[in-house]
Write a protein that binds this ligand. Structure first.
Ligand SMILES: CC1=C(CCC(=O)O)c2cc3nc(cc4[nH]c(cc5[nH]c(cc1n2)c(C)c5CCC(=O)O)c(CCC(=O)O)c4C)C(CCC(=O)O)=C3C
Ligand SMILES: [Fe+2]
Length: 350
């Protein structure tokens, strides 16, 4: 693969961002929740979660690890695409990454989002990040720049195979015995948000349908028929309905049914960031211990070579500049195509 004129010449690795120290935690959370109706009590809880890790989210380091692995993979394939790193909610910000790639002379960059999914939070908000950065930089930059977001990748074999391999390692960790119940988890979202992304005739539900389908693909790869799909890290005011059941409530229900061993697979995330190391490795694990259940948490796909190869494959597919109507693709933060991710519900009043 070689990159010539008219083709994409750079990659923007676009992520969520996370704090790098205690002083960052509150301003980071303000960035995440601005105008989104998250109650102050919930925010104080989340501050505590980050403080258990001295205010440092693992997400930035994990993203840099993935970027390093991807650089290696691209080099092996003879692709000299430089990679820029930018985030929605914390430094390095997406605007700075776009400024940097443009200053280095790039005019066309592909964008890899660290979310595999459709839906407002998983897809459309990343488009908004690109549009916001271009608006901030203004016409001199934006009129001469093409940022093309790569499609959703929840159904790519490189993603599901890497997740299946991680579940296999968790099975080994649990050792011999009754097969463990396989429980997939992803970030909960408001039911209203789930309904407003996806084909209206299917009631929207793009995100929850994709999470369920990816879980089924991983289970199928493992030859497992019985599995559950549950949700985690719920936010927002308690009276607003979100996707349920919550992973911890689900462990209680499984214990009531006599299930004694469980593997939790965080299919909803691609790295072991705070939502994984707190909500699953601390809260869910403690719940399982209290219930007397054997518990193992599967790794996220992270730097698994199959997953990194999937990212490189996506880049190879798109680097020549062919137009695409795949779900999640879009230029310069333009809206998702019909049937993808519609407008979010209005922010809730406190
Ligand atoms: C679908 C989805 C993904 C997966 C797709 C993707 O990966 O993008 C995701 C990822 C993440 N969510 C993260 C952190 C947070 N999410 C929050 C709040 C929210 N997430 C939501 C959805 C999602 N979130 C929603 C609907 C809200 C409510 C507020 C709103 O409507 O926007 C809050 C606010 C406090 C709270 O928890 O209430 C925090 C701190 C981190 C970083 C972890 C770290 O620092 O290591 C990551 C990767
Ligand atoms: Fe979308």
């Amino acid at each position: 693969m070689s990159v010539g004129a008219g083709e994409f010449t750079a990659l923007l690795f676009l992520s969520f961002g996370g704090p790098d120290g205690p002083a960052d935690v509150r301003p980071f959370l303000e960035n995440v929740t601005r105008g989104r109706g998250v109650p102050p009590e919930r925010l104080e809880e989340v501050v505590e979660h980050y403080m258990h890790f001295d205010g440092v989210s693992p997400i930035n380091r994990l993203n840099l690890d993935m970027i390093a692995a991807l650089r290696g993979e691209l080099r092996t394939r003879g692709a000299n695409l430089p990679i820029y790193f930018g985030n929605r909610n914390w430094t390095p910000y997406v605007t700075d990454a776009v400024t940097a790639l443009r200053a280095d002379g790039h005019r066309r960059a592909l964008v890899f989002p660290t979310s595999a999914w459709g839906g407002y939070s998983g897809c459309r908000q990343y488009h908004e990040d690109l549009a916001g950065a271009l608006a901030e930089l203004g016409a001199p930059v934006s009129s001469d720049l093409l940022l093309r977001k790569l499609p959703q990748y929840w159904d790519r074999p490189g993603f599901t195979a890497a997740a299946a391999a991680a579940v296999r390692r968790a099975q080994t960790e649990l050792g011999e015995g009754t097969p463990a119940r396989l429980v997939f988890t992803a970030h909960s979202i408001p039911l209203a948000a789930d309904r407003t992304a996806g084909p209206p005739e299917a009631g929207g539900q793009l995100y929850s349908t994709q999470v369920t389908a990816a879980s089924a693909a991983v289970a199928a790869a493992l030859g497992i028929d019985d599995f559950d799909v549950v949700w985690q890290s719920r936010s927002g005011p308690p009276q607003v309905p979100w996707l349920e059941p919550d992973v911890c409530d689900h462990l209680e229900a499984l214990a009531d049914q006599g299930v004694g061993r469980v593997i939790v697979c965080p299919i909803g995330f691609i790295s072991d960031h705070l939502e994984v190391v707190w909500d699953l490795d601390t809260e869910a694990r403690e719940t399982a211990e209290r219930l007397g259940m054997a518990y193992a948490r599967a790794d996220t796909v992270g730097t698994d070579p199959a997953f990194i190869a999937m990212i490189a494959d996506l880049i190879e597919e798109y680097v020549d500049g062919a137009e695409s109507s795949a779900l999640g693709c879009g230029d310069n933060g333009t809206l998702c195509r019909p049937g993808c991710c519609e407008l979010p519900p209005r922010p809730q009043r406190r």
